[in-house]
Design a protein around this ligand. Structure first.
Ligand SMILES: [Zn+2]
Length: 269
């Protein structure tokens, strides 16, 4: 049994050392990114094209102008020359959901607008989604999935040498189960990171960061009534609200400096 585990660990270590270099996320976490930005952007674009073919797109001019207004202010607050492409589409769906794909493809479901029901609250949602893209979370997720596959191959190889009766136990011990894919939800560490970066971004864009707390309070209220896909793997509302509250004094300082009369006013239609 010990022999199998060390063989698996060895294979994983070799794969890790030879296959990739380590990156640092915007909040200083170590990230393993196995794919190029170009490959990730292509995967994001392909997925987004499929979504646009399969889901009805909201064409209401006032609603789209509202979402574009908020998105533009957030993007204006990003450091210049990032060179990142951005596209935001509003999908007609009652689901309380929003997503971000590598390459800068962001989707907002109309159901989300019932919960994020002020410009500042919607800025918290879109800021969070922009933060996922800026932090290469899609690449990190795809890389984690790839490494799990290597782990599974290493286990298969080790089990071919005998001791088949331990297979399930070894698999369980390593937390390896079903295959995960690029479209699956982000991890908790990534959610927390997107919350922190999103909060700073909305503050720099002149949106009141206090609204991020209100947003999650609204989420908590509606999630009692219906299953929310976006919430299934996210941190609990309470821990999220606690973390966002702890960040408020710093975010408020940024907000007060950024808030000026010259910012475009984004009006709820
Ligand atoms: Zn998220």
């Amino acid at each position: 049994m010990k022999k199998i585990i060390s063989a698996v660990m060895m294979s994983l270590a070799v794969a890790l050392l030879s296959g990739c270099d380590t990156h640092t996320s915007p909040t200083g976490r170590n990230q393993t990114l196995l794919f190029s930005d170009t490959d990730m952007a292509q995967m994001g674009q392909a997925s987004f094209t499929r979504m646009k073919q399969n889901l009805p797109i909201n064409r209401n001019p006032a609603l789209n102008a509202y979402v574009d207004c908020i998105t533009s202010r957030l993007l204006e607050a990003l450091p210049q020359a990032s060179g990142q492409h951005w596209e935001v589409v509003v999908f007609d769906s009652p689901q309380v959901n929003a997503f971000a794909l590598p390459g800068g493809y962001i989707g907002i479901y109309t159901g989300m607008l019932r919960v994020a029901n002020t410009p500042d609250e919607l800025a918290a949602v879109i800021g969070h989604e922009i933060a996922h893209v800026l932090s290469s979370h899609g690449n990190e997720q795809a890389s984690r999935s790839e490494m799990k596959n290597w782990g599974l191959k290493a286990i298969d190889w080790a089990l071919d040498m005998g001791e088949v009766e331990h297979r399930d136990m070894v698999m369980a011990a390593l937390g390896l189960g079903a295959e995960v894919g690029i479209s699956l939800p982000f991890g908790r560490d990534q959610e927390t990171e997107a919350d922190i970066i999103g909060l700073q971004l909305m503050a720099r864009a002149g949106f009141n960061p206090q609204a991020a707390i209100a947003l999650w309070q609204n989420m908590a209220r509606v999630s009692g009534r219906q299953p929310l896909e976006i919430l299934s793997t996210h941190p609990s509302h309470d821990s999220r609200i606690e973390d966002l509250s702890a960040q408020q004094s710093q975010a408020q300082a940024i907000y007060l400096k950024a808030r000026t009369n010259s910012l475009p006013v984004c009006r709820l239609p």
